[in-house]
Write a protein that binds this ligand. Structure first.
Ligand code: PHE
Length: 330
């Protein structure tokens, strides 16, 4: 008995203690087996035998409980020790942040067009109907306004739904030739895997004398630009509609993931739509008082470019501050 108690007192871990408990008190434990012998004991000795066993059982159970409390305390102390933070310690390790993929993509695009002598223009995020719609050949009640789910304010202002109003502002304040880009935040009432209520666009506008700007120029500029951003991809122009350009096109590149074979990202078409463009509509020039000029414009979503460049599956992750994601872009 003494020996058993010493063994329990010396148990060096909760596991060892549990093994001991099972060995002694468990279903097939040594003490439990003793109890089974009770039926073979002569009647007159039974009482004393049982009493003795019960005393032993109580002693063992007690010793186990005492040791268990001690071991648990030890384990807790060990854990507290290992998790201790010295708040006075100077952290010599300099961890460096990374440029956010959206910002990085925006910077790369701005840089590219600045090298081509485009100026960078800005406009307000809270716009009025004239700049966001009317002057862009989107009169009131025009069905194409439905293309852009707008956040309206009570005072008839709105959150700009695209960067195109900067075209209007620039043409109203400058004279051609104009070569500008307008990067910035835009807002639409939309939220799912590929849409967020706030995102970023870059707009471009080139205006010059009528014989100096053509759709062919636009096509060349865009092909060069897309090859710069995505490398060796195929570029395809698809006829489309925007109220402020005529003719208009949407531009696809061959899927950067499957190289055009068809995959989940390109919905098995082999193509990814990356921007909208066209030749500036006459009505837009009328709205800003330009005569005898011609121009082209295009607009693109920066997050979309960032996703394709960095292979990011869910647009929404670009708006969460998850350092595990952002740390990958150092
Ligand atoms: N403003 C359009 C949009 O947000 C994109 C665009 C810009 C299309 C310029 C043509 C010319 O969808």
């Amino acid at each position: 008995m003494e020996a058993l108690i010493t063994q329990i007192e010396n148990a060096d871990s909760l596991e060892t203690l549990e093994t001991l408990r099972v060995d002694i008190l468990g279903k097939k434990g040594t003490l439990t087996k003793e109890f089974a012998r009770l039926k073979d004991i002569p009647n007159e000795e039974k009482k004393a035998f049982a009493q003795n066993l019960n005393t032993q059982k109580a002693a063992v159970a007690n010793a186990i409980e005492v040791r268990k409390v001690d071991l648990e305390k030890e384990a807790l102390n060990k854990q507290l020790e290992s998790e201790k933070i010295d708040v006075t310690r100077f952290n010599n390790e300099l961890t460096c942040g990374a440029v956010h993929p959206t910002v990085d993509t925006m910077d790369r695009i701005i840089q590219y067009f600045q090298n081509l002598n485009f100026s960078v223009e800005e406009g307000p995020l809270v716009e009025d109907d004239f700049h966001n719609f009317e002057a862009l050949n989107l009169p009131k009640y025009h069905p194409a306004r439905d293309m852009q789910d707008t956040f309206y304010n009570k005072d008839y202002t709105l959150l700009r739904t695209h960067t195109s109003p900067v075209q209007i502002r620039t043409m109203l304040s400058q004279k051609p030739p104009i070569r500008m880009i307008a990067p910035g935040t835009v807002f639409r009432r939309d939220f799912d895997l590929t849409h967020t209520p706030m995102f970023h666009q870059i707009e471009a506008l080139v205006v010059d004398e009528a014989d100096k700007v053509s759709f062919a120029n636009l096509k060349h500029v865009l092909e060069e630009f897309l090859h710069h951003m995505f490398g060796d991809v195929e570029v395809r122009f698809r006829p489309s509609f925007f109220p402020f350009t005529e003719p208009s096109a949407e531009v696809d590149i061959s899927c950067v993931f499957c190289k055009g074979d068809g995959c989940r990202v390109c919905s098995h078409t082999g193509w990814l739509e990356v921007l909208g463009c066209g030749v500036v509509d006459e009505n837009v020039f009328k709205a800003v008082g330009y005569e005898n000029y011609s121009g082209y414009a295009f607009g693109l979503g920066i997050e979309r470019f960032a996703m394709l460049i960095h292979n990011i599956g869910d647009l929404r992750s670009l708006f969460e501050s998850d350092l595990r994601l952002l740390g990958q872009f150092k």
